[in-house]
Design a protein around this ligand. Structure first.
Ligand SMILES: Nc1nc2c(ncn2[C@@H]2O[C@H](COP(=O)(O)OP(=O)(O)OP(=O)(O)O)[C@@H](O)[C@H]2O)c(=O)[nH]1
Ligand SMILES: [Mg+2]
Length: 226
């Protein structure tokens, strides 16, 4: 019988937001691919919302993220907003070669604040650093980061640069916010076999969500969700 190992865990719903074409889906695809593998992105724009799972171990706690990859096209905005409920983290992505995509981040930051409140762990990602580009507007990046208390990181989904780092940094923020809000002795104690927990790390599932399934689960009290 597999030895049971007591583990603390936090479950957190993460939104990936940004203009169409900035690389949201590719970032997720690389994150959930095996570590040594660099996968090719099929030319597919996201329709509605997809989701994947990822787990990062921060200190003694597994931060289990259900990561909701949203469509950047404006026509899907009404659908996407139905998925904001219970989200406690967000990845704001822009394209380093597309100035407008950095401007668009403000729209998503406002939406997150409006619909999810202030206590949302966030990270700002400038993607496609492999392509030649001008220096992005540092003043605007600094303004976003200060106003919305988030870190900034540059990545390349194509070359798998800083992809894991995005999620590790975000998981740390989720962990810190959770720790700050709940006394240590109330953190969820999970009894998962170590290998089962491991399998949940970088587990990939790529599902198109229909509106029928859009009702988010009711948050249970003390369920360890951040
Ligand atoms: N050079 C380069 N191309 C990238 C990178 N990330 C994404 N791309 C390309 O940009 C295009 C759009 O990428 P997606 O991941 O589909 O963009 P998205 O943000 O999910 O777009 P929507 O689903 O429409 O919102 C694809 O052709 C990708 O191959 C990157 O880091 N570098
Ligand atoms: Mg996409």
């Amino acid at each position: 019988m597999a030895a049971l190992q007591k583990k603390q865990s936090i479950n957190c719903k993460v939104l990936v937001l940004g203009k169409s074409g900035v690389g949201k889906s590719y970032i997720l695809l690389q994150y959930t691919a095996p570590p040594q593998e660099i996968v090719q992105m099929p030319k597919l724009t996201t329709v509605g919302v997809d989701y994947k799972y990822g787990t990062e171990k921060i200190e003694d706690t597994e931060v289990k993220m259900s990561i909701w990859d949203t469509a950047g096209q404006e026509k899907y905005r009404p659908i996407i907003q139905t998925y904001f409920k219970n989200s406690k983290a967000a990845i704001l992505v822009f394209d380093l070669t597309d100035k407008q995509s950095l401007q668009d981040v403000r729209y998503w930051l406002r939406e997150v604040k409006l619909q999810c409140g202030k206590d949302v762990a966030k990270i700002l990602v400038g993607n496609k650093c492999d392509l030649p580009h001008e220096q992005p507007d540092q003043a605007l990046i600094q303004e976003y980061c200060e106003e919305f208390q988030m870190e900034y990181i540059e990545s390349s989904a194509l070359q798998k640069i800083n992809i894991q780092e995005i999620f590790v940094k975000l998981a740390k923020k989720i962990y810190q916010q959770h720790k700050a809000s709940i006394p240590q002795n109330q953190l969820k104690q999970n009894s998962l076999p170590a290998n089962e927990a491991q399998n949940q790390n970088s587990t990939s599932s790529n599902k198109q969500i229909s509106l029928k399934n859009s009702k988010p689960k009711q948050k249970k009290e003390n369920d360890g969700c951040c």
